[in-house]
Design a protein. Structure first.
Length: 330
């Protein structure tokens, strides 16, 4: 796909007689394999999304009589993940406009986009502090609030007017809930202690470039853990007593690194002192012993014909240049 500039679609198929990547090797608008007919995709059709639609999820919009999908007897009001995604229902656009997504009836009305961010690849590089800081408007490299799980917090971009209509300000913490049939996990209950850990919580970031009903959260952020949630709920400074050892553990580092915290002045004069910890086994730097000059070199120099070359040797008269510019011993 990169042999031409600007790119010419199907250049290899047209000029090099390479078969098209279809079951027949040809470019055709009709696909007669049994699976395509069964799924209602033997022609080019449009499907609504399985969730992000105000209409019937996953419906096929077509009036073509040759599009004859199999619905497997699944009713239209089935909202389970498996049923909703494998069901094949064909309707005309006039019929689709009169349908309603059951989630919309329950109050869900935002479309959520989850693009990849420029500062990490999935979760890779997201553990690097500066990458985490660059990807958030709520970053603090000093971590003055030790309850933070990292040096930044994840955010949700939202239309300012939509946020104001919900009584939200920029920087507010919000819960983001999706289809309750399988989010955040199947079989959850409000009194389940894991529910408050698995439920998505982040901060609101005003972004007028997004439409009123569209939200955006960058792909693959960190998740909460039992420790980070417990840190928020136990003490205001984020320090709690470990149940295992009785030590005062710092959630800033996620381990029992120190028993005696100390205060270190922050670089910024307007910031309060930042709680730091000293490790039990501090890093020790060992300097390599300096060797006397010349002891690390082998005796003789092949380039100098057995005589050590270099600028000092030439000054001392031990080495003279040849006519070709190389060095030779006298």
């Amino acid at each position: 796909m990169f042999r031409t500039y600007p790119r010419i679609p199907f250049y290899e198929q047209v000029h090099d007689h390479v078969p098209f990547f279809t079951d027949t090797g040809r470019l055709n608008a009709y696909c007669d394999i049994p699976e395509a007919i069964e799924y209602g995709e033997n022609f080019i059709v449009h499907r609504e999304g399985p969730e992000a639609t105000p209409y019937l999820p996953n419906v096929i919009v077509s009036t073509n009589p040759l599009v004859r999908p199999e619905d497997y007897g699944i009713p239209l009001d089935a909202m389970g993940w498996d049923e909703r995604t494998v069901r094949n229902v064909k309707m005309s656009w006039e019929e689709v406009k009169r349908t309603r997504n059951p989630l919309w009836e329950q109050g869900f009305r935002f479309y959520l986009l989850t693009p990849k961010q420029r500062h990490s690849t999935h979760s890779q590089w997201a553990v690097t502090d500066w990458h985490f800081i660059w990807s958030s408007d709520f970053a603090d490299p000093y971590r003055t609030d030790t309850r933070q799980a990292g040096v930044a917090e994840h955010q949700m971009h939202m239309n300012p007017q939509a946020a104001r209509d919900l009584g939200l300000n920029e920087g507010d913490y919000v819960y983001v809930d999706a289809n309750p049939a399988d989010r955040p996990y199947r079989g959850w209950k409000p009194d389940d202690p894991r529910y408050k850990v698995a439920r998505l919580m982040l901060r609101v970031k005003f972004n007028p470039s997004y439409p009123y009903d569209v939200l955006m959260i960058k792909h693959a952020p960190f998740i909460a853990t039992e420790k980070t949630v417990r840190a928020h709920e136990t003490r205001p400074d984020g320090r709690a007593v470990s149940e295992d050892t009785g030590y005062q553990a710092s959630f800033r580092y996620g381990s029992h690194q120190s028993l005696t915290p100390r205060l270190v002045d922050a670089d910024a004069p307007d910031r309060p002192p930042v709680p730091q910890v000293e490790g039990r086994d501090p890093l020790r730097v060992r300097l390599r012993a300096r060797q006397p000059r010349g002891e690390h070199r082998a005796e003789g120099d092949a380039r100098a014909g057995g005589v050590r070359g270099g600028r000092r040797a030439r000054r001392a008269g031990r080495v003279a240049p040849r006519h070709d510019g190389s060095l030779a011993g006298r």
